[in-house]
Design a protein around this ligand. Sequence first.
Ligand code: IPE
Ligand code: IPE
Ligand code: MG
Length: 248
Amino acid sequence: MQIPTHLAIIMDGNGRWAEQRRLPRILGHRKGVESVQNIVSECLDLGIRYLTLYAFSSENWMRPQEEVEALMTLLGTFLKKELSQLQKMGIRLMAVGELDRLPKSISEILKDSIKKTADNDRMVLNLALSYGSRDELTRAMRTLGREIAKGTLQADDLTEADIEAALDTHSIPDPDLLIRTSGEMRISNFLLWQTAYTELYFTETLWPDFSREQLLLAIEEYSRRQRRFGLTGAQLRESKVDGWEGRH
Ligand code: IPE
Ligand code: IPE
Ligand code: MG
């Protein structure tokens, strides 16, 4: 089985999981955290090097205040509880998104955990928090615009690498596989630049029900795909470089 270097997941369906059981939505989110803990350790076992989880989007701020507050509380509890586990498992925590928008108490725990796990090298757990791809690209363009205005960068010399370097994900390779749970077939403002050549996998399973079995199904399907990066199948067979994995 071909294991993706970088797996990204849009963890969707917590609310519906709860609603189907006539439970408050927040219980779905709480159950979703158990899936996170489970999938993090499965990914580590499989040898995945980078796992990016879409946990809270820029647009999710517009949800009812009660749900936003409950999600923030859940995030704080998760971060506090998980630090010792991350250390034990050798996982480095990273985060992308507009982190300044998070409540101060949470951004402080987050920064602290990121710092304390910085030397761990078995896997990167990258949380997308208050993340929106258009927001990330807008902030990147502001950074580049300032450099052009200062004269440290020439507009005509701007490269794809400069844009990549200005993104929140600058130290992380592009995702090889993106999974979205709950049957929705959209990207919802997630990693628009970075998923240019990512394999997409959609499953009806709701995030709280997503287990090792579903993860293996997704990776098996990924293993059967031929990643062509714009080339022909014949070119790939000639190059003998399996799927051109090294290209990105
Ligand atoms: C995903 O589950 C978690 C977040 C967006 C925070 P949802 O809360 O979107 O669940 P559904 O889509 O309403 O079922
Ligand atoms: C995407 O799910 C964001 C996260 C999983 C954090 P949403 O439930 O917010 O997406 P839409 O609203 O269905 O597009
Ligand atoms: Mg949803």
